[in-house]
Design a protein around this ligand. Structure first.
Ligand code: NDP
Length: 337
C-alpha cells in the first residue's frame, strides 16, 4: 500500500473510542475516522456529532460495504468482538480489536485464522506494552539490569468510574467481570516482559456485591513462568485508593513501576540495585498512539502490530485459565500451543 490516507470505521460508541482512540487515529498523519456504528442510531448520531465523524449507522452492514473504509476499530462489549471481527475481516477490512478478542480461546483463534486467510492485518489493543514505562522496564530486563528474574508482583486494582459501572458488573453474557477486563491485560504484559508463556496458574476471586449474580470484582492469582519465575497479580474494580504498579525482582536488583497500570501516560520507573536507586527517565506519550501507528505501518507491510492477533489469543487463554482456577479451586496447567 502506498502512503495513502487510511479511513477508519469504528464499531462501538464506547468510552475508550471517545476518550482515546479517535484522537490517536487522528494524530496519525494518514488517519481519518469516517464512520461510527452503534446498536442505537441515536447513540451513533450523537457520537458522530460530538466527534465530527461523517457517517453514523446502527448496523455494521453499510459500514462494512463502504469501499472507502480500510480499517475497523472494534470496542463494543466483550461478547460482540468475535462476530464483528469476523464480519469485518470477511469484508476485507483490517481489524484493530479490543481485548478480549473473544470469550473463548478457540473463538479468538478463529479470528486469527480468518485474518490470515483474507490477508488482512489483525491486532489486539493491549495498551500496556506500548506505554513508555513498560517499554523502559522491558529494556532494563533485556539489559540484565536486575540479573535473573525470580518474581513479579502486579497491582492492577482500581475502582471503576461510575460511568463504567454497567455491563462490566451486571451482564455476564457480555463478558463481565474483572478477569476479562483487567487480568487479560496482565497476561499480555507478562508475556511482553518475559517473552514466554506461563506454565500454570492458580487463582481465587471474589464478588464484593458491586455487581450482580456473583460477577467477580476482585481476583488474586499466582502464575508460574519458565525459569522458576513466580508472579502474583491482584486485579480489582473495588480498590479506590491504592497505587497501581508492578514490581520485578531479580538476583541483582528490583524494578518498581509506580502508577503505571493505567491508560494515561505517567507514573515512574525506579531501578534498585546495590548501587542505590535510579529513576529511569520516561517520555510522556499516549500509549494508544503507538498501537495505532504500528497497526497502520503493518497495513503498509512495515512490521507487525505491537500486539498481534496471536497475542490476543494468548491473553484470552490466560484469562480463561484464571477464571477456571477461581471457579474450580484447581491449578490450571497452560497448554503451550
Ligand atoms: P463502554 O461501556 O463505554 O462501551 C461499550 C458499549 O456499551 C458501546 O459499544 C455501546 O454500545 C454501549 N454503551 C455505551 N454507552 C452507552 C449508553 N449510555 N447506553 C447504552 N449503551 C451504551 O465500554 P468501554 O469503552 O469501557 O470498553 C469497550 C471495550 O474496550 C471493551 O471490550 C473493553 O474491554 C475495551 N477496553 C480496552 C481498554 C484498553 O486499554 N485496551 C480500556 C478500556 C476498555 P453501542 O456501540 O451499541 O452503542
Amino acid at each position: 500500500m502506498n502512503e495513502k490516507v487510511v479511513s477508519w470505521g469504528l464499531i462501538g460508541a464506547s468510552t475508550i473510542a471517545r476518550e482515546w482512540m479517535v484522537n490517536s487515529i487522528r494524530k496519525h498523519p494518514l488517519g481519518r475516522v469516517k464512520a461510527i456504528v452503534s446498536s442505537e442510531l441515536s447513540r451513533a448520531q450523537a457520537f458522530s456529532d460530538q466527534m465530527g465523524i461523517p457517517d453514523a449507522y446502527d448496523s455494521i452492514v453499510p459500514m462494512l460495504s463502504d469501499r472507502e473504509i480500510d480499517a475497523v476499530y472494534i470496542s463494543t462489549k466483550n461478547d460482540q468482538h468475535l462476530s464483528q471481527a469476523l464480519a469485518a475481516i470477511e469484508a476485507g477490512k483490517h481489524v484493530l480489536c479490543e481485548k478480549p478478542l473473544a470469550l473463548e480461546p478457540k473463538d479468538a483463534q478463529s479470528i486469527v485464522e480468518a485474518a490470515e486467510r483474507k490477508g488482512v492485518v489483525l491486532a489486539t489493543n493491549h495498551h500496556l506494552r506500548n506505554m513508555e514505562s513498560h517499554r523502559a522496564i522491558k529494556r532494563l530486563l533485556r539489559e540484565g539490569a536486575i540479573g535473573k528474574i525470580n518474581s513479579i508482583r502486579i497491582f492492577h486494582a482500581g475502582a471503576l468510574p461510575q460511568s463504567l459501572k454497567t455491563w462490566r458488573l451486571f451482564d455476564k453474557s457480555a463478558g463481565a467481570g474483572v478477569i476479562y477486563d483487567i487480568t487479560v491485560h496482565n497476561g499480555d504484559l507478562l508475556r511482553f516482559y518475559l517473552d514466554s508463556n506461563p506454565t500454570r496458574i492458580t487463582a481465587l476471586a471474589s464478588a464484593s456485591g458491586e455487581g450482580a449474580n456473583g460477577i467477580e470484582d476482585s481476583v488474586m492469582s499466582v502464575w508460574e513462568f519458565p525459569g522458576d519465575i513466580l508472579v502474583q497479580c491482584h486485579d480489582s474494580f473495588v480498590v479506590g485508593h491504592g497505587p497501581r504498579g508492578v514490581e520485578i525482582h531479580g538476583s541483582a536488583g528490583s524494578i518498581l513501576g509506580i502508577d503505571v497500570m493505567s491508560q494515561a501516560p505517567g507514573g515512574s520507573v525506579v531501578l534498585r540495585t546495590s548501587d542505590g536507586e535510579q529513576d529511569i527517565p520516561l517520555e510522556l506519550k499516549v500509549t494508544y498512539d503507538r498501537g495505532v501507528s504500528d497497526f497502520m505501518a503493518a497495513m503498509q507491510g512495515k512490521g507487525r502490530p505491537s500486539s498481534t492477533g496471536e497475542d490476543g489469543v494468548w491473553s484470552v487463554k490466560l484469562a480463561k485459565a484464571v477464571a477456571q482456577s477461581a471457579a474450580t479451586g484447581q491449578t490450571v496447567l497452560i497448554e503451550q500451543v
